[in-house]
Design a protein around this ligand. Structure first.
Ligand code: CAA
Ligand code: FAD
Length: 379
């Protein structure tokens, strides 16, 4: 492992940090409280190149590596995890999936607008009765010759109402089970496609999460990604990389909360001294910092595996499993270090604690990551 960052990687990290610190703190509490989508912020992130970081410049992307992406995701998540989940879905699920497996026409048609932030994308796998058990797709994509007829419901879709392009996973040939599943590109204004109600969530409240309904939606055959029946493999390949992004999001939530706790511990006095002078607080800080460094190493390992074209399903799952646990534990302790002030919104750590939880659930729950890791170990 060599984690000497290049000048380019350090520049990306610094740019993401500057942007997050100067543009995301303002309004973050209000966006969280009122579930306000960060439209202006996402537009600026597109202009700065954060919405299509790994896409080739040929399609308007930044042509950057996964390590740079992890560094940027951490910095954005240190301030606003709602912005980072929108960024993560667009980068690692939608753009990466399209660039890796899309046709030249599909790439030309969608990537330049997705990478610039002009439009955003959504990835639609989960259903009311198919979350972890993702092969049990009930949404159908009936083969009608020159098009597919899409029928069904997707659940919990990030960017559900704000996206313009949706990658929808659906079953075409149930007899073939997961090998009969297809991935289709669906545009928002297609007749028969309806966006359902917005979920009222515990955390990442600035991001919009919706159910989606499809009733006899005609999707042209040229909108299929990959060969007939490749849809489930497509989803699994895409999610293997996506999990590195969510691991970095969890890392950022943890390090954001830690930085606030460290600062506060040096300001707040109790029993005549700063609370950082009490060993109980010092030990909390030591545990947080150690866990965060370990999580960062796992994230960078997985990113480096992806950049080096080494199989990253296991390292990505390990990074997500560990970093999300660290995010949960660190944010709970950051609230504790703040005492009563930690329980009110102005001090931010309660938001980090609420945001941390989702990292143990989406893009595969922690239990699913353990299944992925143990299957790789026992192969
Ligand atoms: N890469 C490529 N292919 C893979 C793969 C991978 N990492 N993992 C599995 N596959 C393939 C298998 O090879 C198999 O295909 P073949 O039979 O043709 O070889 C096929 O997928 C089915 O695999 P399994 O038999 O292992 O399937 P399973 O039913 O036991 O489930 C699972 C596997 C890993 C549990 C999978 O269902 C899973 O990942 N579930 C979690 C779903 C998930 O992560 N959802 C996230 C939704 S997106 C999201 O959440 C975004 C967001 O919040 C922001
Ligand atoms: P279930 O699968 O019903 O799991 C319930 C519990 O059972 C979990 O603890 C789980 O770990 C456990 N469990 C299930 N099976 C096993 C097993 N075999 N062994 C051990 N334990 C098991 N999905 C998308 O497709 N696109 C998105 O953009 C998206 N964004 C999301 C945003 C938010 C805010 C949320 C909440 C969800 C989002 N999801 C998205 C869905 C998310 O990926 C699923 O919620 C997740 O995969 C879990 O599925 P489920 O909710 O159906 O839980």
């Amino acid at each position: 492992m060599d984690f000497q960052f290049t000048e380019e990687q350090l520049a990306v990290q610094a740019a993401a940090r500057d942007f997050a610190q100067s543009e995301l703190w303002a309004g973050v509490i209000e966006r969280d409280e009122h579930q306000k989508f960060p439209a202006e912020q996402i537009k600026k992130m597109g202009e700065l190149g954060f919405m299509g970081m790994m896409v080739s410049p040929e399609y308007g992307g930044g042509g950057m590596d996964t390590v740079s992406y992890v560094l940027a995701m951490e910095e954005i998540s240190k301030v606003d995890a709602s912005c980072s989940v929108i960024m993560s879905v667009n980068n690692s699920l939608v753009c990466w999936g399209l660039e890796k497996y899309g046709t030249e026409e599909q790439k030309q048609k969608y990537l330049p607008r997705l990478t610039s932030g002009e439009i955003i994308g959504a990835f639609c796998l989960s259903e009311p009765e198919a979350g972890s058990d993702a092969t049990m797709q009930r949404t159908t994509a009936e083969d009608m010759g020159d098009h597919y007829l899409l029928n069904g419901t997707k659940n919990w879709i990030t960017n559900g109402s704000t996206a313009s392009v949706y990658l929808v996973i659906a079953q075409t040939n149930p007899e073939l089970k997961h090998r009969g599943i297809n991935a289709l590109i669906v545009e928002k204004d297609t007749p028969g496609f309806v966006v359902g109600l917005k979920e009222n969530k515990l955390g990442i409240r600035g991001s919009d999460t919706h159910s989606l309904m499809f009733t006899d939606v005609k999707v042209p055959k040229e909108n299929r990604i990959g060969e007939d029946g490749f849809g489930f493999k497509f989803a699994m390949h895409v999610l293997a990389g996506g999990r590195i992004g969510i691991a970095a999001q969890a890392l950022g939530i943890a390090s954001g909360a830690f930085e606030l706790a460290l600062k506060y511990s040096k300001e707040r006095k109790a029993f005549g001294v700063e609370i950082s002078k009490h060993q109980a607080i010092q030990f909390k800080l030591a545990d947080m910092a150690t866990n965060i460094d370990a999580a960062r190493l796992l994230c960078l390992q997985a990113a480096q595996d992806k950049d080096n074209h080494v199989d990253y399903a296991k390292s990505g799952a390990m990074a997500k499993l560990f970093a999300s646990k660290v995010a949960m534990e660190t944010t709970v302790e950051a609230v504790q270090v703040h005492g009563g002030y930690g329980f009110v919104k102005e001090f931010h750590v309660e938001r980090f604690m609420r945001d941390a939880k989702i990292t143990q659930i989406y893009e595969g729950t922690s239990e699913i990551q353990k299944i992925v890791i143990s299957r790789e170990l026992l192969k």
